[in-house]
Design a protein around this ligand. Structure first.
Ligand SMILES: Cc1ncc(C[n+]2csc(CCOP(=O)(O)OP(=O)(O)O)c2C)c(N)n1
Length: 627
């Protein structure tokens, strides 16, 4: 049985100030400022896969794409987004790709080689890093990629610089025929600040690609020549960056503070707060370090303090340079600041005070008056994932199996919480089916369930599904299809059939893919219909226990989207005369819209969205729709 329901449209953000007049100053989010920088340069192509804290870059561009004549797409994953934007830049069309830090791992293969071929038009790769892992699985510092791939990295300290450096990155990229990385972090991407706008040059969206295999094919014979040219170019890039006005020396003194990216914002405030006399080397291009400027800055200083967020990328390059210069100065940085989490004013103040040997205390301004109450994330009321987790648990109880839940990244990662406890391992986006493959061949006594979202399935679920079918790895794959990419802000994906600008694309059908790939059992169920969902899941488990691969698509629109559009509405309430106080609705479904009052479950009416799953699971049907 195959059902379909594809009503959702992408949420296109308001255009705010993004189309403001040149020379006006408007309030922009860091990511909007990056988009505006690209618009001012005249990009003709942008492709991305969403991920916090990067998503607003392409959301903003998609909201003006038709007006400005820019081709903008949500690609299925970061590798495809990278390749698409790279090819546009090969064809002479200035382009942008954007992703969260871990997204660059997915795109790392073409990234590493893009430095060898270079580009014809400006090509900027925006990576938004997430120190402290507000919404990520790791804290990797993507400036390393710059050193690793021979790609220069620009690092803005605020939204104004985010706009300016996007423009400059595209300009230098076009001039030097080389890709550029723009590294943002959460506190640059997600802060709103005044930004002075520049002139928009008009987009260049049509390219040409004259045949020249010696330039674009990296067969070993060509690649060896390219590597030599790359090493020469790296020196030219470095000297260009030494002249970048966003790298500069300010003030004077015996102590030099080297501040990269957002580190400069904290440094300025801390120097003022402590009232110390410091020489500051502001760095906007941490990779490669602008050597000439650094050599000038270290002249006559006794101590150097490096302020940068995450890893000692500037510090290691600087220490190497000092060694080459045979200059002996005390160097502080990672040893005082550590290498994890976000910088904060108090962290920077403390380390600066130690180097300057001055007293310090936490300024009144940053002492919170009260600690905010903890707010752990939970699945929303009406979330179809909750119903699917309920069904999964019920089915495994009834069949007396203890599955390994190979989890994945999306709203459904919250299935880790009780009462479901249905995410035993979560590593990376799209990892669930590949990991399940390993478990299936090694842990024989427990059935393996891979849990993957719809956007994640398209992102990285297809090759491991083919692998599982080909290598006969028994597993039950549940695709949680809420018809959107919910966790990152409701972006459309191939399963929705809607494109980034809201226009119709071609819908790609998940269950059809699974069937044509050769899965042993494929079905679609509506998680709100608990009885039929339970039947499908039980059948799926039986197929797995007989050695097959079962793919079940749990399809029901995200309750936030459905409630917002009026497709889901109503309020349920409990009839206390019928209720037998079994507390299944509280203990097994754990809907946040149900609480206990006078010993009975009670629906919190302003939280209930009217999904009715509580009544579906209630043995005496004590719930009824009251509005
Ligand atoms: C490589 C990578 N790219 C992007 C992300 C950001 N990200 C986390 S969850 C998610 C969306 C998941 O969407 P879906 O699978 O549809 O599940 P939903 O949140 O809708 O339940 C994205 C894009 C990531 N963690 N890793």
């Amino acid at each position: 049985m195959i059902r379909g329901c594809f009503k959702n449209l992408p949420r296109v953000r308001g255009k705010h100030n993004i189309l403001g007049e040149p020379n006006t100053t408007v309030l922009l989010l860091g990511n909007e400022a990056i988009a505006r920088g690209a618009m001012e340069y005249g990009i003709g192509f942008a492709a991305a896969y969403p991920g916090t804290p990067s998503s607003e870059v392409v959301e903003t561009l998609s909201s003006v794409a038709n007006e400005l004549g820019i081709y903008v797409e949500w690609s299925v994953n970061e590798k495809v987004a990278f390749e698409s934007a790279y090819a546009a830049a090969m064809s002479g069309v200035p382009s942008l790709t954007a992703m969260k830090h871990v997204g660059l791992n997915v795109a790392a293969d073409p990234l590493m080689t893009s430095a060898y071929t270079g580009v014809e038009a400006g090509f900027i790769i925006v990576t938004a890093d997430d120190p402290y892992m507000h919404s990520s699985q790791n804290e990797q510092d993507n400036r390393w990629y710059g050193l690793h791939a021979y790609i220069p990295v620009l690092e803005p300290c605020d939204p104004q610089e985010a706009k300016d450096l996007t423009y400059i990155g595209l300009e230098l990229s076009e001039k030097l025929h080389h890709p550029f990385i723009l590294r943002s972090v959460t506190r640059v991407s997600h802060v709103r600040a005044p930004v002075k706008l520049g002139i928009m040059r008009g987009s260049r969206a049509i390219g040409s690609f004259p045949r020249n295999p010696g330039r674009w094919t990296v067969i070993p014979e060509n690649a060896r020549k390219m590597k030599l040219r790359l090493l020469e170019k790296w020196r030219v890039i470095e000297s260009n960056l030494s002249e970048l006005p966003y790298n500069r020396i300010e003030g004077d003194g015996k102590v030099l503070i080297v501040a990269s990216g957002i580190g400069y914002a904290y440094t300025s405030e801390a120097v003022e707060t402590l009232g110390v006399e410091a020489k500051v080397l502001k760095i906007a291009s941490p990779v490669p370090l602008p050597k000439k400027l650094v050599e000038k800055a270290v002249e006559g200083v006794e101590k150097v303090l490096i302020i940068e967020e995450c890893d000692p990328v500037v510090e290691l390059q600087l220490k190497a340079l000092l060694k080459d210069m045979d200059l002996r100065v005390e160097v502080y940085g990672e040893n005082l600041l550590g290498r994890r989490g976000e910088l904060t004013l108090d962290r920077v103040l403390e380390s600066m005070a130690k180097v300057f040997k001055v007293p310090w205390s936490i300024p009144e301004l940053i002492k919170p008056p009260i600690e905010p109450p903890p707010r752990p994330p939970i699945l929303c009321p009406g979330c179809p994932h909750r119903a699917t987790f309920y069904v999964l648990k019920m089915a495994s109880k009834r069949l007396k199996v203890d599955p390994i839940y190979s989890g994945d990244i999306g709203c459904y990662s919250l299935g880790i919480q009780p009462p479901f406890n249905a995410q035993d391992v979560i590593i990376e986006m799209g990892g669930s089916i590949g990991l399940a493959n390993g478990f299936a061949h090694t842990v024989k006594e427990r059935p393996v369930v891979a849990i993957i979202g719809d956007s994640t399935f398209f992102h990285a679920g297809l090759p491991p599904l083919v692998n599982a079918i080909y290598n006969r790895a028994p597993m039950l794959i549940i695709v949680l299809d809420n018809e959107t990419t919910a966790m990152t802000g409701f972006q459309p994906h191939p399963g929705t059939g809607v494109k980034a600008d809201g226009s119709p694309g071609k819908r790609v059908c998940i269950e059809c893919i699974a069937k044509v790939m050769g899965a042993d059992y494929v079905d679609v169920f509506d998680p709100y219909n608990v009885r039929t969902a339970l039947e499908a899941v039980e059948k799926g488990f039986k197929v797995v226990m007989a050695g097959g691969v079962a793919v079940l698509v749990a399809r029901r629109e995200c309750s936030l989207n459905a409630a917002r559009s009026g497709r889901l509405s109503g309020v349920y309430q409990v009839d206390t005369l019928k209720c037998i106080k079994c507390m299944l609705c509280l203990n097994e479904l754990a809907c946040p819209a149900i609480k206990v009052e006078k010993g009975f479950p009670k629906v919190v009416e302003n939280l209930c969205v009217g999904c009715g799953v509580c009544n579906e699971i209630c043995p005496v049907k004590a719930f009824s729709k009251i509005r």
